[in-house]
Design a protein around this ligand. Structure first.
Ligand code: SAM
Length: 229
């Protein structure tokens, strides 16, 4: 496990790799979309494109099944939005020793996160397209759901590239969620990315040589992958 604060210097000094040029358009469109949401709705679930706090936090509960709270650990929150998970940890896991780093594509999200979590001393936030440090665990909630106008192949590449970076920057494991396909008679919204769980379970097992636990049936048409070494 990481000593709390051990990666502090690394966050400040690591040179961020340049974004993959093939994905520049994806990052731009996603960043504009979420910046628009947080500017319109502020640091609220709607501002992160969620419908309400209970379901936002139900996702956190699934993702955090990854972590061993009996020990200190470092955590990267990839696509942290306005830092709701940091607030949730402070409320629900008050005694846990978590060295938290949130990163997001949207500078406006990061500004909101810094404002809201200013008193939370083990919490830092960074804006950018790359993950600036290695942590014990990483979580990512909702980052693959809204593909907007991106072609399916390009979105697939975005998911693969992002998962690969998350894997490389997670010592013990990572957790990520996806929207599941709608039943046949439901109309799908084309801007959303829905995927069968098996696609990404197999991808993580084969590409990263990891064990994957599939969590579903928590009341939403979604699933969470808990990926460990
Ligand atoms: C649906 S919001 C969820 C925010 C937060 N995880 C939560 O649950 O409250 C998704 C966030 O992920 C960010 N995002 C999407 N793809 C990302 C990436 N590859 N790297 C960093 N941030 C990303 C977006 O800017 C947005 O703020």
């Amino acid at each position: 496990m990481t000593k709390i604060g051990a990666d502090h210097a690394a966050v400040k000094t690591a040179a961020a790799p340049l974004p993959d040029p093939a994905l520049a358009g994806v990052y731009d469109e996603v960043e504009r979309y979420y910046t628009g949401k947080v500017l319109a709705h502020g640091a609220t679930p709607l501002g992160a494109d969620w419908t309400c706090q209970p379901t936002q936090e139900l996702r956190f509960i699934q993702l955090l099944k990854l972590c061993d709270f009996s020990q200190a650990f470092s955590l990267n929150d990839v696509g942290c939005g306005y830092g709701a998970l940091a607030g949730f940890l402070a409320r629900r896991h008050r005694n846990a020793k978590v060295d938290y780093l949130g990163m997001d594509l949207s500078q406006a999200m990061i500004e909101q996160a810094r404002l809201r979590q200013a008193a939370n001393i083990r919490t830092r936030f960074v804006a950018g397209t790359s993950i600036p440090r290695v942590a014990d665990y990483s979580v990512a909630s909702g980052i693959f759901n809204v593909k907007l106008t991106q072609h399916a192949d390009r979105w697939q590449l975005f998911v693969e590239k992002t998962l690969s970076e998350i894997n490389q920057t997670s010592r013990l494991g990572f957790a990520v969620n996806f929207l599941a396909p709608q039943p046949e008679n439901f109309q799908s919204i084309t801007e959303l990315y829905r995927t069968p769980a098996e696609v990404w379970v197999q991808y993580c097992e084969l590409q990263f040589n990891t064990r994957v636990e599939l969590v579903r049936g928590y009341g939403m048409n979604e699933f969470t992958l808990l990926v460990t070494r």
